[in-house]
Design a protein around this ligand. Structure first.
Ligand code: BG6
Length: 504
């Protein structure tokens, strides 16, 4: 699939060209793809926005982004010069149909110059309010008539709830083929997240024990030290459930829980993930009370710096009911997972930034050693650390060297740093490349997004309908509200955290 890439010219039209996402993520990713030879000789990146800019000013903006955020560091002069020849800017009001005629003219000009029809990728790095009008205008201007050659990339959030995601899907389906629609969840592009499937389905030893007979419970935890930063207006109408669980965390859960696909084909893989979501137990209002915990951070100190509480953040309602933390206990009602709890949590301003999946296996059936032998004995755990540490650890019990019989827990570790010398690509590099080659495996299919919303709607409506009386309920630099500890402690477990070599 990747072998044809050099010979297939491509045009990116980036809506929101002057925005943060382009500077921080898209431009550095495209630049790194260019450096590593993944872009064809004939490509052009056309940024668009309402701010009037020359091509040169646009390029300068992107250079700034690359210099600040690229994993490969500051751009080298010669490479940048070669890359920047492909950058263009078109001032445009995305709502104004006339602008789309101009995109058409530019596309025709490139095609004439390259003497072929380029793939055209429309990247919607804009606020979701603009998704419908941009999609409609692209269609009206007949810029997406060839389903093989034109693609549309949609950033999250995909809808605000089940209803809005349904109507967005409907609108897109009237204009595009599903094979043209690339719904981004950047977690799926992360190297360690892609590895979950490789680890599960390229090794024979896991499958026999990957089920309710051997696994006691699963934890998926994505905690961040960051607060809401400059995104108060977006975040206050979103919250942790919409911002993280509906997409990133549920995606991780489906990767852990899915059945083996018949092949590594986009629809096969995505169908198996939808199967998991369909099997997840629906919440009654009573379940929401018992199995879902929300939290909101208050002010505190993070690494020696005083930080404001959520309600004091800019563009946040001072009486906000929005959750910045959520912990939920899910069940998957199928043969493989019946009765195995999946605990999921995420939060901002937490003690540690870490994304970790921990699979805890059941107890040994009978312990032959006396209690004093197993000082730090614990059940086996498989720990998939997604970031910042990139590793997979299997925790097992072993005999401590010595004349006496003594057991302790040791880690068998696969660590990216120790195993590979090359730097892992950023998620957006992988995702942009996949968009170019037309591989949708790492993108969310329309039905998948809807099932995920459907699952969360009872929690969303309960939380929105009932003002939390104890917000704010966790302090910055903590592990979240006490109720989240209680949620898992009631079942006899505790949240697992990975010691990060003494670092937070
Ligand atoms: C985004 C959320 O999708 O993911 C942010 O909108 C969050 O609120 C971010 O901070 C986390 O991504 P990462 O890659 O830093 O774990």
């Amino acid at each position: 699939m990747y072998s044809t890439i050099k010979s297939q010219p491509v045009i990116f039209i980036i809506f929101g060209g002057t925005g943060d996402l382009n500077s921080r993520k898209l431009a550095p990713a495209l630049y790194n793809l260019f450096l590593e030879g993944w872009l064809p000789d004939e490509f052009s990146i056309i940024g668009t926005g309402r701010t009037p800019l020359t091509d040169g000013q646009f390029a300068e903006k992107l250079l700034d982004g690359i210099n600040n955020f690229s994993r490969t560091g500051k751009a080298k002069k010669d490479k940048w010069e070669a890359f920047s020849k492909h950058l263009f800017y078109q001032v445009a009001d995305a709502k104004d149909f006339k602008s789309y005629k101009e995109f058409g003219t530019r596309i025709d000009k490139h095609n004439a110059e390259w003497q072929t029809a380029a793939n055209v990728i429309y990247y919607l790095a804009v606020s979701p309010d603009f998704f419908p009008i941009i999609a409609e205008n692209i269609s009206k201007a007949k810029l997406a008539d060839d389903p093989q050659k034109t693609r549309i990339v949609i950033e999250k959030p995909f809808g605000h709830n089940l209803e809005t995601s349904r109507s967005l899907n409907k609108l897109l389906a009237n204009i595009f083929n599903e094979c043209q629609v690339y719904r981004i969840d950047h977690y799926l592009g992360k190297e360690t997240v892609q590895n979950i499937m490789a680890f599960r389905f390229a090794n024979a030893i896991l499958e026999p024990i990957w089920n309710r007979n051997y696994i006691e419970h699963v934890q998926i935890s994505v905690t961040e030290q960051l607060g809401v930063e400059q995104r108060g207006d977006y975040y206050d109408s979103s919250g942790a459930l919409r911002d993280m669980i509906q997409n990133h965390l549920l995606q991780l859960l489906t990767l852990v829980a899915m059945e083996s696909p018949n092949s590594f084909n986009a629809d096969e893989v995505r169908s198996r993930k939808v199967d998991v979501l369909n099997a997840m137990r629906k919440f009654t209002p009573e379940d929401v009370r018992m199995s879902a915990v929300r939290g909101q951070y208050t002010s505190g100190w993070m690494e020696g710096k005083e930080v404001p509480g959520y309600r004091e953040e800019s563009k946040v309602d001072p009486a906000s009911n929005t959750e910045t933390f959520a912990a939920i206990k899910f069940f998957i009602d199928n043969w493989r997972w019946k009765g195995v709890p999946f605990y999921v949590r995420t939060g901002k301003r937490m003690h540690q930034s870490a994304s970790v999946i921990s699979v805890q296996f059941k107890d040994v059936p009978h312990l032959i050693f006396p209690a004093e032998v197993s000082e730090s004995w614990q059940q086996n755990r498989l720990i998939i650390s997604i970031q910042p540490e990139m590793s997979i650890r299997l925790q097992v019990q072993a005999k401590r060297p010595g004349l006496e019989m003594a057991l302790n827990t040791v880690d068998m570790v696969f660590d990216y740093k120790g195993t590979y010398t090359s730097q892992a690509p950023e998620a957006y590099e992988t995702l942009l490349l996949d968009t170019m080659v037309g591989d949708q495996t790492l993108f969310m299919r329309g039905d998948q997004v809807e099932v995920a919303w459907d699952l969360l709607m009872p929690i969303l409506t309960t939380w929105e309908g009932r003002q939390s009386l104890n917000f704010p309920n966790y302090s910055a630099d903590s592990w979240g509200p006490e109720l989240a500890e209680a949620l898992i402690a009631r079942d006899g477990f505790h949240w697992f955290t990975l010691p990060l070599n003494g670092k937070k």
